[in-house]
Design a protein around this ligand. Structure first.
Ligand SMILES: Nc1ncnc2c1ncn2[C@@H]1O[C@H](COP(=O)(O)OP(=O)(O)OP(=O)(O)O)[C@@H](O)[C@H]1O
Ligand SMILES: [Mg+2]
Length: 216
């Protein structure tokens, strides 16, 4: 019920946003034509019109992005494949040792795959940012009864007790230029999927983040 409602709402929002863009483009083109006949006396007014048209366009683009997120469908997929995909992507860019140590070969979960992928992408990105070349970033996948636990550990600079407490709070970041949004989003997505995220210290060094999800 909620799922369908969200989907319809998302589609309506996307349609609405799209349908405003077209007439807006026509308005802009016509204003540009009128400006050709102007001797420059109305320059400021034309600028104000273009400025506001651009503002409306930005708002529409944002609304469309939100709508897109709302209508991503729930599917069943292999969590191990998602982790592998993220590791493949990052191992092509960064010189780290990416290791997958999966106890179970196959675990299917149900959810919005793109969102779950972005969760692991954020966690791996944090691990990359906390490590240096030749450090190890490892995924361990364990199945217990109807739950799957994916732990991403790194051998990086580690995390303090205080940061363990606060990581995942919106805008909490200890990085220069960090926005502190990554783990907040991860927690929200996993929460909505009926799972949870735990952050802790890795032994002998580094950080580990465990994502626990229900198996389908
Ligand atoms: N693997 C890790 N090792 C050490 N510290 C970590 C690790 N992962 C998260 N943290 C800590 O948690 C904080 C919050 O992480 P989060 O991903 O939410 O924000 P961020 O990485 O700082 O910014 P961004 O919004 O760009 O992701 C980080 O600033 C860092 O202090
Ligand atoms: Mg981050």
């Amino acid at each position: 019920m909620t799922e369908n409602f969200d989907k319809n709402k998302g589609e309506a929002m996307a349609f609405f946003a799209h349908e405003i863009k077209n007439p807006l483009a026509v308005i802009k083109a016509n204003v540009q034509l009128i400006e050709l006949d102007d001797d420059g006396r109305n320059k400021k007014s034309f600028q104000a019109i273009y400025y506001e048209i651009e503002n409306i366009n930005l708002l529409i683009n944002e609304a469309m992005k939100k709508a897109e997120n709302t209508i991503i469908e729930k599917t069943s997929f292999s969590i191990i494949d998602v982790v592998r995909k993220v590791f493949d992507k990052y191992s092509r860019i960064y010189e780290r040792e990416f290791v997958i140590d999966n106890e179970c070969k196959y675990a299917v979960i149900s959810g919005k795959e793109n969102l779950i992928e972005s969760v692991f992408e954020n966690i791996v990105k944090n691990a990359v940012e906390a490590t240096e070349a030749n450090d190890e970033i490892k995924a361990e996948i364990h199945k217990r009864y109807n739950k799957i636990a994916v732990t991403i550990s790194d051998t990086g600079k580690g995390i303090s007790d205080g940061d363990i407490e606060r990581a995942g709070e919106l805008f909490y970041s200890t990085k220069k230029g960090g926005s502190g949004v990554g783990l907040f989003m991860c927690k929200r997505i996993i929460d909505q999927n009926g799972g949870r995220i735990k952050i802790g210290k890795n032994k002998p060094k580094g950080t580990k983040v465990t994502v626990e999800l229900n198996i389908k």
